[in-house]
Design a protein around this ligand. Structure first.
Ligand code: PLP
Length: 375
């Protein structure tokens, strides 16, 4: 049996090696490393895949979030509502721009932003909300968009973990994650569902004026060469990464299906185990299982389980051990332990198991067996 990894990028590469090499070689031969045709091709392929008018490629998912917020030029101290239970990048960019992250709870079953708590935390300084489609499943966008409309908030989706997930509105309309709000940000970090072989990211929006602004900001705020209309950044998706992503985008739905099959098998194996709660799937969203995350019952020794699995060469991870409102970097916003009970509770009891596109039956049986042998 191949060693078990959280993510098997090697096995995945083996299957698309020839195609990827051919595309990369084309970039090398052309030497169009920056803004080459591969970047444009990938951009338009992703626009078609997502059914969105504009994709603006950039250097990584964190930049994607930052550039969106730069485009709005919110006043210093304006409040951006964001779940505390997310990867730090979502929060970091808010703080970096001199805005104030206002932390919101998540639902303990779906791990996504709690709409009642969101509404409770809106103030006259609130300017935007950043729903994070955590672990691969959409937050309740229909309700979020309604709340945002009522309170005049912008909606920026962090879809770094959920590219390809689909949301179904109550009128039957279907939209892809990242395309429902004013703008969406995604990441092509290698371990993400659509991963490059290095860093990469993109912004999605149906607003053409916003897209024009975003394209300018990622390119030093430049309107035409050497004429700079706003302060920008240097954030590019390079041609080699775009060439790789162009190949992998064709397989994204298949990759997401493979992850889903792994998740189904886990959930079948664990559904009747008293000390384990398996992930809950919402009616309104598909789940692309960027992570497969269990909750452990009270009294289950999580560190003990992690060590037990590690001894059997089964990796596991805690996403995330410390909520953002209790991170030292953000202590100046004045949050303290107890402020977000659901979030803090989740951080103490979640554990993520290996999930990827190349998992063999044998590997998965081993993982299941070793989890069950813990108690
Ligand atoms: C990975 C990730 C990001 C950041 O993406 P990078 O490409 O690593 O900058 C942002 N938000 C979430 C939820 C992520 O998982």
């Amino acid at each position: 049996m191949q060693p078990i990894r959280m993510v098997d990028l090697v096995g995945q590469y083996e299957k698309i090696k020839e195609e990827v090499k051919k595309e990369v070689e084309e970039v090398l031969d052309s030497s169009a490393f920056i803004n080459g045709p591969a970047v444009h091709d990938f951009q338009s392929n992703l626009e078609k895949y997502l059914h969105v008018k504009n994709v603006v490629p950039c250097a990584n998912g964190t930049d994607a979030l930052q550039v969106i917020m730069m485009a709005y030029d919110f006043p210093k101290g304006a409040e951006v509502l964001v779940p505390s239970y997310t990867y730090v990048a979502t929060v970091e960019v808010i703080a970096l721009l001199g805005l104030k992250p206002v932390f919101v709870e998540v639902y303990p079953d779906t791990f996504n932003i709690d709409i009642e708590d969101l509404e409770a935390k809106i103030s006259d300084k609130s300017v935007a909300v950043v729903p994070v489609h955590l672990y691969g499943q959409c937050a309740d966008m229909e309700r979020i968009l309604k709340v945002a409309k009522n309170h005049d908030l912008k909606v920026f989706e962090d879809t770094a973990q959920a590219i390809g997930a689909q949301f179904t509105f109550s009128d039957g309309r279907i939209a892809k994650a990242g395309t429902m709000g004013d703008a969406g940000a995604t990441s092509f970090f290698p371990s993400k569902n659509l991963g490059a072989y290095g860093d990469g990211g993109a912004i999605m929006t149906n607003d053409d004026d916003l897209a024009a602004k975003l394209r300018m900001i990622v390119n030093h705020g430049q309107s035409k060469r050497y004429y700079h209309d706003s302060i920008g950044v240097n954030s590019r998706l390079d041609s080699i990464q775009a060439a790789i992503l162009k190949v992998k985008l064709k397989y994204l739905d298949g990759y997401n299906e493979a992850r889903y099959r792994v998740a189904q098998k886990y959930s079948q194996a664990f559904s009747k185990v008293g000390w384990i709660t398996t992930p809950v799937e919402s009616d309104f969203s598909t789940h692309v299982y960027h992570q497969y995350t269990l909750k452990l019952a009270d009294g289950v020794d999580r560190n003990g389980l992690v060590e037990h699995l590690a001894e059997k060469e089964v990796p596991s991870m805690i996403y995330y051990p410390v909520p953002n409102h209790l991170q030292r970097a953000y202590s100046y916003f004045g949050y303290k332990a107890g402020d977000m009970p659901n979030t803090e509770d989740l951080c103490s009891r979640v554990i993520s198991l290996p999930i990827h596109t190349e998992m063999s039956e044998e590997q998965q049986n081993t993982i299941i067996e070793q989890v069950l042998s813990f108690r």
